[in-house]
Design a binder for this molecule. Structure first.
Ligand code: SF4
Length: 259
């Protein structure tokens, strides 16, 4: 299986379809994946196939690695659009996530004051006060909601918490008062003999209700781009993504589409 695992704390800069020139931050182990979801489209592979044997990097090491990289980029007169927390799993699972965000803001302001800070999150941990407060400080707080139908989330994203509900997530999203970006992966295919399609009318109607209820400042719509652990998945055609995007725009919400 071809997967992408990051073997450093700070990686890149790389070109991101959604964010531009992006310096990546991996707060997860180097040798595996750690996530509270186990998405069937995850570019890092399935959780069970990439169990980690190493510890998470601590806050001081993360800060030192980032500062070192920013100094080098400055010396090379490179430019970066964004510092992005993504990596081998869910960044908000790091116990020092809030402190690391504070350090990152401090270093960004010192070396690349025009760069944005983005966090790509599955939104499972936003009920934790320190995670919520940290996400409020970043420029792009990008939270996943792939479907507003629980059965579909359990099929596609496979959250590890039995207590995960759409209603709870919607209420938590609302607490950001619109200061978040919703990210939604649209995908079709099959998994374990079941049809996967979060683009049906039933799906889109329910999802638009969740978008309306939570009023994000932007919605990022995208589809698979690389190899996925579930092989029976297909890209959703750009035309279909655009049609979904038009319905979001009709709600008065900005949309970005990566097909
Ligand atoms: S939330 Fe992100 S890192 Fe976690 S399994 Fe899904 S795609 Fe992978």
């Amino acid at each position: 299986m071809s997967t992408i695992l990051f073997h450093e704390i700070v990686f890149g800069p790389i070109h991101s379809r959604r964010l531009g020139t992006s310096l990546g931050m991996n707060l997860l182990p180097y040798d595996g994946k750690l996530c509270s979801f186990d998405c069937i489209y995850c570019e890092c592979g399935y959780n069970d196939d990439f169990r980690t044997k190493t510890k998470l990097p601590d806050r001081d090491n993360v800060k030192a690695a980032l500062e070192d990289k920013l100094i080098r980029l400055q010396q090379e007169e490179a430019s970066i659009d964004v510092i992005t927390f993504a990596g081998n799993g869910e960044p908000t699972m790091h116990p020092e996530f809030a402190g690391i965000i504070d350090d990152t803001i401090e270093l960004r302001d010192k070396y690349f004051p025009n760069a944005k800070i983005s966090v790509l999150s599955n939104a499972m941990h936003i009920s934790k006060e320190s995670v919520f407060e940290a996400l409020k400080k970043v420029d792009n707080n990008i939270l996943k909601l792939d479907s507003a139908i629980l059965d579909t989330v359990r099929l596609i994203d496979r959250p590890n918490a039995p207590s995960y509900t759409i209603e709870k997530q919607v209420e938590l999203f609302k607490q950001f008062d619109g200061e978040f970006i919703m990210q939604t992966m649209f995908v079709r295919g099959s998994h374990n003999g079941r049809i996967v399609d979060n683009t049906t009318e039933e799906e889109i109607s329910a999802w638009l209700e969740a978008v309306k209820a939570t009023s994000p400042k932007e919605v990022m719509i995208y589809t698979i781009d690389r190899e996925t652990p579930e092989k029976n998945l297909d890209k959703v055609p750009l035309e279909d993504l655009k049609r979904i995007g038009e319905r979001v725009e009709q709600l008065g919400i900005k949309v970005s589409i990566s097909g």
